[in-house]
Design a protein around this ligand. Structure first.
Ligand code: ATP
Ligand code: MG
Length: 465
């Protein structure tokens, strides 16, 4: 086993580990790198736990690598070997936790056991070094083999110390497709309100990683996500339960692996949750607008980057513009709708919405999403995906700047320069998207002559001729 997992570790990280060991200090790989190597998953970051104190680590590595005292008070030094950062942390036992997130003080120790006991889950408390192999003090190996996330020690105590562990646990279960040990899960549910002590950045991180996992284990995380986003779910309780029980997330992995796309898909489904199917006296299903406003409210509390916010809003706008069935009965109108979305919100957001519709069509929705029936979503998806092939391949302009007629051409024709020209050009652009005229100078000019009155309406544009 030692030699098999040794192969997956990066030589640069191994060199740092060996160097500390050879300097006479006990040192081990710990946490995610050991866990992922044993699971045959890609290792994405390296943590070393060692008896050496931070200043000793810096001294040992001094002549070979650059090291950065990233968290010296917590005992962490980042050693950078040829661009690979390796986090080296001194064996530690944590003091009391009074803020529900971070220890008030930490003390260094010479004791590996104490260091492992402060770690969150047994699967994260396995250590490895080349000469000995895996050392498994807290029975993490059995949990790893059986696919179980289990807190180290008493889960209630551990989650009260740090509420982030609850989210990490959910995320590991989703990412690794593991079950959660019963007591650990009970404590998570009971103590979920502690997540409110966790910073929005960390929540977004963990939530984002769960959303990006291949398998989305919704029922496990739902009660937890609900604590942070109370307005996540639409509908009412009995219908929601029925919906949840029937929901099949197998197709989740076919969605685009993009955080904003998945977040939008998730909120759209969650908002649609539990809205009863068919006729219900006095029942008014939520409109796409209501779904969108709930989604935006939720996104407000996530710390999305500016770019993500823009993309998220774009995806929701396209969703909000989903046409009525009669529009989709006609190819020209369907192409127009798609081109209009691409022009207004970008190709990526529009394709994301197609991906979300495909997902909705495949999860065999038992009821409406917004006021769209499952049947309509199916039809819509099939229609739009067929039409999108021709739209993406065609040469229609994607934005005003691709229009074959520009402001200067209009001025040359006797139009008065000014901002109203833009409105006029936009109308012309829209006519091209709707296939009323093709995008070449001659045809466009003829179209202007034939439809001048209509084009001038509401543009405030003065035409001199
Ligand atoms: P990944 O890197 O995939 O997120 P990881 O388990 O390596 O998973 P890191 O954040 O890199 O997570 O942390 C490294 C190790 O530090 C963990 O495996 C765990 O042993 C310990 N650890 C991290 N965060 C906590 C925490 N909040 N409470 C207790 N131990 C933690
Ligand atoms: Mg890690």
């Amino acid at each position: 086993m030692n030699s098999t997992i040794k192969k997956v570790f990066d030589d640069r990280a191994l060199a740092v580990l060996q160097t500390i060991n050879q300097a006479g200090f006990e040192a081990w790989f710990v946490g995610g790198c050991v866990r992922d190597a044993l699971l045959d998953r890609p290792v994405h970051d390296y943590d070393v736990t060692t008896a050496a104190r931070p200043e000793e680590v810096m001294q040992i590595c001094e002549n070979r690598w650059h090291s950065i005292p990233t968290g010296i008070q917590h005992g962490t030094v980042t050693v950078v070997n040829d661009e690979l950062p390796i986090e080296v942390t001194t064996f530690r036992s944590d003091g009391t936790y009074s803020d529900g997130r971070r220890p008030d003080d930490v003390s260094f120790s010479d004791n590996l056991m104490a260091d492992l006991e402060r770690r969150d889950f047994t699967i994260n408390a396995l250590v490895w070094r080349p000469d000995i192999g895996v050392r498994d003090i807290l029975q993490g190996r059995t949990d790893l083999t059986s696919g179980i996330v289990r807190a180290v020690g008493d889960p209630w105590t551990r989650f009260k110390e740090d509420g982030l562990r609850i989210l990490r646990g959910i995320r590991f279960s989703v990412e690794l497709d593991f079950g959660i040990e019963a007591e650990t899960y009970n404590a998570m549910l009971e103590l979920a309100p502690l997540i409110r002590n966790v910073s929005a950045e960390r929540v977004t991180d963990e939530f984002g990683r769960a959303l990006l996992a291949d398998v989305f284990l919704l029922p496990v995380g739902l009660p937890i996500w609900r604590v942070i986003f109370p307005d996540l779910l639409g509908g009412d309780q009995p219908h929601r339960d029925a919906f949840l029980a029937s929901l099949d997330w197998l197709h989740w992995k076919e969605l685009y692996p993009d955080f904003t796309c998945r977040l939008a898909a998730f909120v759209i489904v969650m908002q649609g949750l539990g809205y009863p199917e068919g006729e219900l006296e006095g029942w008014i299903p939520p409109t796409p607008q209501q779904i969108v406003s709930a989604a935006l409210h939720m996104a407000d509390r996530l710390r999305l980057s500016r770019q993500q916010q823009k993309q998220f809003a774009g995806i929701l706008s396209v969703f909000q513009n989903i046409p009525e069935p009669d529009v989709m009965a006609d190819d020209v109108k369907a192409r127009y709708w798609l081109r209009r979305q691409i022009a207004d919100y970008g190709q990526e957001s529009t394709l994301f919405v197609l991906g979300i519709l495909r997902f909705l069509a495949r999860i065999s929705l038992p009821q409406n999403i917004g006021n769209f029936s499952a049947q309509y979503i199916n039809l819509l998806y099939r229609r739009l995906s067929t039409v999108s092939l021709s739209v993406l391949a065609d040469s229609a302009p994607r934005s005003l700047k691709h229009l074959a007629v520009g402001g200067d051409d209009l001025i040359e024709r006797g139009f008065v320069p000014g901002p109203a020209l833009g409105n006029f050009l936009n109308k012309l652009f829209d006519a091209v998207l709707a296939e009323k005229v093709s995008n070449n100078y001659k045809d466009l000019m003829a179209y202007i002559d034939d439809n001048l009155e209509e084009l001038l309406q509401d543009t405030d544009l003065l035409h001199l001729n």
